[in-house]
Design a binder for this molecule. Sequence first.
Ligand SMILES: Nc1nc2c(ncn2[C@@H]2O[C@H](COP(=O)(O)OP(=O)(O)OP(=O)(O)O)[C@@H](O)[C@H]2O)c(=O)[nH]1
Ligand SMILES: [Mg+2]
Ligand SMILES: [Zn+2]
Length: 294
Amino acid sequence: MPRGLILKGVGGFYTVECSTGIYECRTRGVFRKKGITPLVGDFVNFTITDEAAREGWIEEIETRQNFFIRPPVANVNQIAIVMAKISPEPDFLLVDKLLITAEKNGITPLIIINKIDLIDENELSEVESIYKGTGYLVVPISKVGKHGYDELHEKLKGFRTVFAGQSGVGKSTILNNIIDSWVMETGDMSKIQRGRHTTRHVQLLPLDNDGYVVDTPGFSSMSLEGIEYSELSSMYPEFNELEGQCKFNGCSHIKEPGCAVKDSVQSGEISLIRYECYQRLYEELKLQYENRYR
Ligand SMILES: Nc1nc2c(ncn2[C@@H]2O[C@H](COP(=O)(O)OP(=O)(O)OP(=O)(O)O)[C@@H](O)[C@H]2O)c(=O)[nH]1
Ligand SMILES: [Mg+2]
Ligand SMILES: [Zn+2]
């Protein structure tokens, strides 16, 4: 049975891409009976019912690595977190929430600093330095002269990427540029409506380098789900680097004396911005926990 990837689903018809091209598939009634709805991004096994018309039936849906509700998409393996230094000023808490969501779900985060045409090199370094100890990739770009877009192209290679970030940072602008430059126009995909990302169904767009992008941006605000305050520090890679160096075992890096994380914040090795986000999220999650068990 051929294996394929669902790129699009509209009105019970699913566009499935496999090594031999694109098929329009329907789903078996058993899925509906079991309450299973295929998602864009699902890997499926399907049978071809009409090769000439390129039609088939989805027979099996592979277990999902992860899935999002908004946008509704499965098996994303990269979140491009878009931010700017000015216009708008960064929402660092949102950036951290997105980074934590990525960590929690085993998704690679990619930090995009957009609108670098509006800032100078020092200002750019300032933002980059916030994430220096994390190991996360940071790609500075601008729509002006498509600065940094070659590097962005490279970073999308082989990944299924969703874009996220606060309103106004340039997500739609970036997606439109990507669609104009790198989205393949094969078969059904030539019918893609370019440049409008608001009211349509979600689809995965195949790029010219084995990558895919979800054509609509993800969350621009969010709450952390399924994360306990006790595991929060493990979602900060630069804190993990210092493991075993705090005076107390299981140090929460909040109030304990002899805290290596707090020392590193003091000396500037760890960004105060990151640490302050950690503190806030820790208190938030702890409160959630206490309310749950009260
Ligand atoms: N100077 C400059 N402006 C940019 C750049 N990228 C986007 N913009 C502008 O920023 C504004 C917001 O861009 P959008 O692409 O609509 O931002 P968005 O993230 O999709 O915003 P929402 O849809 O509200 O979440 C627009 O006026 C863009 O032209 C850039 O690289 N440099
Ligand atoms: Mg937009
Ligand atoms: Zn500590």
